[in-house]
Design a protein around this ligand. Sequence first.
Ligand code: FMN
Length: 360
Amino acid sequence: MEQLFKELTFSNGVKAKNKFLLAPLTNMQSPDQGRISDDEFIWLTKRAEGGFGIIMTCAMPVLKSGIGWKGQLGIYDPKHEDGHYRLNERLHNLEALSIAQIFHAGIRADINYSGDKIGPSMNSEKSAREMSIAEIEEMKVAFVECAIRAHQCNYDGIELHAAHGYLIGQFLSKKFNKREDDYGGTFKNRAKFLIDIIEEIKEKTSSNFLIGVRISPERFGLDTNEMITLYKTLCENNNIHFIDISLWDSFKLVDDGPFIGESLLKLFTTIDRGSKLITVAGKIFSYEDIEILQNNNVDFFCLGRAAILDHQFPNRLKAEGSNFQPYSAPVTRDHLLKEGLSETFVNYMATWKNFVRDSA
Ligand SMILES: Cc1cc2nc3c(=O)[nH]c(=O)nc-3n(C[C@H](O)[C@H](O)[C@H](O)COP(=O)(O)O)c2cc1C
């Protein structure tokens, strides 16, 4: 347990005070054109007060055309900067590192807010059109500009959201990317969009700015073998510092395909990762869960729903040690309001199965 509360050092020397990362968690709390609301500020800073050493924002679009849903936090416009400065000032006072997650929803954009629906290829089911080469170049610039903006607003780093079937994931996927140019066809070509963005961000930010990538190992039109190849490529890429594997269930055995019956986690953790640190997310609810991951060579721990349930998860675990009893869902609305979620966020969580119950 002691290890969890020791510093985490990334390959560029940046240190987090412990091994707890607040997962990127979308929550609809920023309805004023993507400016950080007080609700969002409270939700995130409360997790830093509760001991999370690294705070990650929810997915933020790099262009208006990338907005995926109502009330989404933004970083694509100078009007967003003030809120991010203010957030980082508070997070740093609380000794937390801050990471901005950036993305573009691609063919999954919400046309009511994004005004457009674009992707690597035309998608009739989603009524999305194919991006031209010029638009791909502009999109790469948008990712880089948002990373620079995050840097200027004092974030300690960014995470490129290449998971869950959004634009970068759509490029990676054979199912969604049917291009025949430099950005389609072979897996190397399909990964070019991501790799180019990483390289440009590294060039345009300073060496103490963390760069991470979130990947999905399966689903979302992805091939697990190809994702292992991507993981190896990222492990060898000197421009990044961490990889965040979004497993959804860290203890899952693969239920399909060539790796059936194997631990999804071990497909990745057994690969030599060089100087990269890895974090995983998915059903980490207790100290016992974390211990299993520690024993599997995971460097730091990304908590989503456990952090929603308890802003003090790290502090309570540190203080209570083996007596620590985590909260478990479903919980009441009142519980979540006390944990610093707004009514809007609680309403959103009520759409997640078995998370919110009506009364005590
Ligand atoms: C309400 C909610 C919102 C989420 N929003 C995001 C997001 O903005 N970006 C992202 O990469 N993952 C998002 N996820 C996935 C989480 O980051 C995390 O990977 C997932 O919840 C599994 O971890 P958990 O079992 O600890 O909740 C979201 C999950 C939840 C429950």
